[in-house]
Design a protein around this ligand. Structure first.
Ligand code: ADP
Ligand code: MG
Length: 484
């Protein structure tokens, strides 16, 4: 910890927007899917034509409640929407329909692990709102183009208390939220496409002080790494200002990812007055106890529960079970492989070893792994049956298999001459040859230096060019050594 960090404490509160993966928008039937040709997911309701009326999407409400339940928040039984007014060209109605004062989920927390410590970060609330459209500044040299496809897409905003105290904690927190929304099936968690967006509120105070310092809010954080970078930069900037005796003013700033710095967008004096009031076009909506029960009983399995189940159902060690339950895609893939083969531990080893290794090397997320689960099952099967060793399969067969994911792995192994297809007769000859070459070592073995079996194995492997099945080789070596 630097000297400045010893003197000042960093305090962070995050506002995370998650785009809900409903089929249609929050208040009309227009498609809520990402992309599409500009202005194709728009109806008169999205465009706010006079006389149109909104109708609430129940699925979006259910998704928001799922997130609240996963975070142990209290779910409000009676809810209403408010109009949040501001003018912007990509906001067709001139206001955003959001929640104000009365939010669907209150309190609760998100469990994080940072620097080896587990802790629950307190949430202030989670509310439902609609997204705005998109202003496109680079389509025309002098004009700004507007795409309204995103206008009206449902979002939840997850607002934390000022309860994060380092850039690492903020990183862990957003990572955990992304994991949760993916397990809950309510958001794809894709930060590059903007399905998960984060604003960071940052302040500093002398260590030991209870009072919060003046905060700045940094917007435009489009990756978890950038959340961390922006906070690190702001922390330094604010601490240096405090050292120089310069006052910190409340500001909204933007992060420049290329430079790794932030710059001021506007300060408090220019802040909007949103003129909130309850939306008269939307009646309050009620979450009945029956509905809440139904949503609770249909909650998807969360990572902790998956880990426990993997330990019991597949007898996996806690370590493997934890790593496998870390990502929703990995969980689904693992279980899909198991539909074809029951070698639980081998499949876990493959996924956590060579598969993860390949993905890391290529810097790819799990859903970009080229092999379908049934094909990985065939590969694991090939090793389990002794036809090919794990080391040739992972280091030589796998790279080729990934280039031709539809191939038959056994045929591919044969083409690459990797099959341990030697019969026992052939192996016997190699065993005899190796032992014949090393009479001294054989004598030492017989005197009790049993570790030499490894040396003999290595020699057989060498002269057989890897075609001798290790199990059979061991058996034959032991037979031979005991009879001499
Ligand atoms: P606003 O409505 O202006 O965005 P809120 O009071 O709702 O402000 O706070 C928004 C976020 O800012 C919350 O996550 C909150 O925890 C955080 N926050 C508020 N004050 C501070 C502060 N002094 N330092 C760090 N974070 C703060
Ligand atoms: Mg804010």
């Amino acid at each position: 910890m630097t000297e400045l960090h010893q003197k000042y404490e960093l305090v962070i509160g995050l506002e995370v927007h998650a785009q809900l993966s409903t089929k249609s928008k929050l208040f009309c039937g227009d498609s809520a899917s990402y992309g599409g040709d500009p202005n194709t997911h728009i109806s008169p309701i999205t465009l706010a034509y006079p006389g149109t009326l909104p109708k609430l999407n129940k699925q979006a409400v259910e998704f928001a409640i799922r997130m609240g339940l996963a975070c142990n928040s209290a779910i409000s039984p009676v809810n209403w929407f408010a109009r949040k007014h501001y003018f912007y060209p990509d906001l067709p109605k001139g206001y955003q329909t959001s929640q104000h004062i009365n939010n669907i989920c209150q309190g609760g927390g998100v469990k994080i692990v940072s620097a080896g410590q587990e802790r629950v970060v307190a949430l202030h609330h989670i509310h439902l709102e609609e997204d705005a459209g998109k202003s496109i500044h680079d389509a025309h040299p002098l004009k700004t183009a507007i795409d309204h496809n995103r206008a009206g897409v449902p979002l939840i905003e997850i607002v934390s208390e000022p309860d994060l105290f380092s850039a690492e904690e903020a990183y862990a927190y957003v990572t955990e939220i992304r994991k949760l929304v993916r397990f809950l099936g309510i958001c794809d968690g894709n930060m590059e496409e903007g399905s998960l967006r984060c604003d960071a509120n940052i302040s500093i105070r002398p260590r030991g002080d209870k009072k919060l310092g003046t905060r700045v809010e940094v917007k435009n954080l489009n990756s978890i790494r950038n959340v961390k970078r922006a906070i690190e930069y702001e922390a330094e900037r604010m601490m240096e200002m405090a050292e120089k005796g310069e006052p910190i003013i409340q500001q909204t700033r933007s992060f420049d990812a290329d430079k790794g710095t932030t710059f001021a967008l506007r300060s408090k004096e220019e802040a909007n007055d949103y003129r909130y009031f309850p939306d008269p076009d939307l009646p309050p909506f009620v979450v009945t106890p029956e509905n809440l029960e139904r949503i609770k009983s249909a909650m998807p399995e969360l990572p902790d529960a998956v880990q426990q189940r993997f330990m019991q159902q597949y007898q996996l060690p806690a370590y493997d079970a934890r790593l496998l339950s870390d990502e929703k895609d990995l969980v689904d893939y693992f279980e899909a492989v198991l539909a074809g083969i029951k070698e639980y531990k081998s499949v876990a080893n493959w996924l956590l070893g060579p598969v993860k290794g390949w993905l890391n090397e290529n810097n790819l997320p799990f859903d970009k792994f080229p092999l379908p689960p049934s094909q990985l099952a065939r590969l694991v099967e090939l090793v389990a049956s002794g036809k090919i060793s794990f080391s040739s399969a992972s280091s030589r067969l796998l790279p080729r298999f990934l280039e031709t994911p539809d191939a038959d792995p056994a045929e591919l192994a044969a083409t690459l001459n990797l099959l341990q297809n030697a019969g026992s007769g052939e192996i016997e000859q190699w065993v005899a040859e190796v032992l014949g070459k090393m009479p001294d070592k054989v004598a030492e073995y017989k005197k009790g230096k049993k570790g030499l079996i490894g040396l003999f194995m290595g020699e057989v492997k060498k002269i057989s060019k890897g075609k001798a099945d290790p199990k059979m080789t061991t058996t034959l070596l032991e037979q031979k050594l005991n009879e001499q």
